[in-house]
Design a protein around this ligand. Sequence first.
Ligand SMILES: [Zn+2]
Ligand SMILES: [Zn+2]
Length: 369
Amino acid sequence: MNHLIQLRHTLHQFPETALEERQTAQRILEFFEPLSPDETFQNLGGTGLAFLFKGKKPGKRLLFRCELDGLPIEDLNPSDHQSQIPGKGHLCGHDGHMTILCGLGEKLAQNRPESGEVVLLFQPAEETGDGAKAVLSDSRFEQIRPDFAFALHNLPGYPLHQVVMRKGTFAAGSTGMSITLTGRTSHSAHPEAGINPAQALARLIQELPKLPQEANGFALLTLIHAELGSLAFGTSAGKGSLSMTLRAYDQQDLDELIEKVKTTAEAIATSEQLKVEFSFVEQFAVSVNDPSLYPEVEKAAKGLGLSLIEKPDPFRWSEDFGLFSQICPSFLFGLGAGENCPQLHAGTYDFPDELIETGVGMFEKLIDK
Ligand SMILES: [Zn+2]
Ligand SMILES: [Zn+2]
């Protein structure tokens, strides 16, 4: 295990952010070379990598996914493996998740599955929600398209090694949405000669956060940014924008909320003679766990003697693993990172090395089934 901890520390020292993970991918590639996987896929969906290990007999194809990216946040934890890259840190534990799949790769190299195939996927750009989409739309994905897909995420705030599970939605779907209102500037002495979006913007700020109340299940709209005109005191504003994050536990609720925002904004814009445009970023599908896989994961946890809890509600945050749940039965579970572990994306966060062995063990048991 020591060499795996060493690998985790090296990955931690050199974090790369979404879609720039070239050096990280190179390191992973070098790790896998002596393991002789049957097939290696490079530059999947950008910087992604996949390694395929064939079993002794034909059968189902299992995919395990981890993430290559770090965050554009300073690593403030003064450890011997503190980030060497200013302003960037592995503060979501993706260094640990990668190491777990490397450990699993070693196990597979020593001992092939009885049947079927195992794909170890190192996906780029999870944090922006771009990576899963890019990998799934890569034409070579057909060669590794799984029958089942699994992933784990470490969870600060839960006892170390505890397995956190849910049937159905595990993590919310979400999207960033911007509304741009275009009117016409004029001299601030003659605002009546222009079309100023200020009133429309004010109405949107008041109206939009109320929309989730009409949803069937949990839905949330959080305003994150607003802009009107510029700091030119002689000019009546001619442009404004409002940005927000929408989230829901159910894909249909999320889609309906987006539609309601559009209709509301269109109605307000029309009444003020403004042009309205919409744009979307950081779109994450709802992560839905297939109930048929629940007993498998439960058995794996019990087999390792780990404590297990079923979370009553889904997590409000999102994971782009959600897209995998749209293409095959899939399961995402949490591994407790310790009750006193700093939260994900906090500057002081560091992946607990003890979880490497637990993660490898969980995935190995899922292959045994
Ligand atoms: Zn994260
Ligand atoms: Zn993460």
